[in-house]
Design a protein around this ligand. Structure first.
Ligand code: GDP
Ligand code: MG
Length: 163
């Protein structure tokens, strides 16, 4: 069976946008607002001759902050259990948040390999947004722009290398 890569992170960081870039189709629903209920979406891709499956985790229900955080964590845990490797997405425009820390803690406890994608690095001036995320402790940190398609090749190089 194909190895599975799960895309994990809090709402609105750009997981579905990156998922669409990776599978090359407009399949996932990209929402301007977080909190829309959605099922996880599966796709397939191939990079450097390595075929793999991709899971876009979403399905975050409208809820107060506590419930939303529980939901994000539940989604992340499901993906961790199912995945061979994880792309952890954070928002380089917003910067590091407590929810990112919460998801990171779940990921530390897994023995799954993780690539950290700092999304919304839309231009070279934003590259420095990547640095604060090194404090999360992951060794693979890649600045990307799902919107512009930059950094996706480097992200996929790192993603298939962990499988
Ligand atoms: P998800 O909730 O993590 O799946 O995030 P989405 O993919 O639905 O994107 C959330 C919002 O961020 C949408 O308004 C996207 O257009 C926007 N977005 C996604 N990727 C980028 C990016 O690389 N740069 C910028 N500036 N916005 C982005
Ligand atoms: Mg989404």
């Amino acid at each position: 069976a194909r190895p599975v890569v799960a895309i994990v992170g809090r709402p609105n960081v750009g997981k579905s946008t990156l998922f669409n870039r990776i599978i090359g189709e407009r399949l996932a629903i990209v929402e301007d607002k977080p909190g829309v209920t959605r099922d996880r979406i599966y796709g397939t891709a191939e990079w450097n001759g390595v075929p793999f499956s991709v899971i876009d985790t979403g399905g975050i229900e409208l809820a107060d902050n506590d419930e939303m955080l529980q939901s994000i964590k539940a989604q992340a845990q499901l993906a961790i259990d199912e995945a061979d490797g994880i792309i952890f997405v954070v928002d380089g425009k917003t910067g590091l948040t407590p929810s990112d820390q919460e998801v990171a803690e779940l990921l530390y406890r897994s023995n799954k390999p993780i690539v950290l994608a700092v999304n919304k690095v839309d231009n070279p001036q934003r590259e420095e947004a990547v640095y604060e995320f090194y404090s999360l402790g992951f060794s693979e940190v890649i600045g990307v722009s799902g919107a512009h398609g930059t950094g996706i090749g480097d992200l996929l190089d790192a993603a298939v290398a962990m499988l």
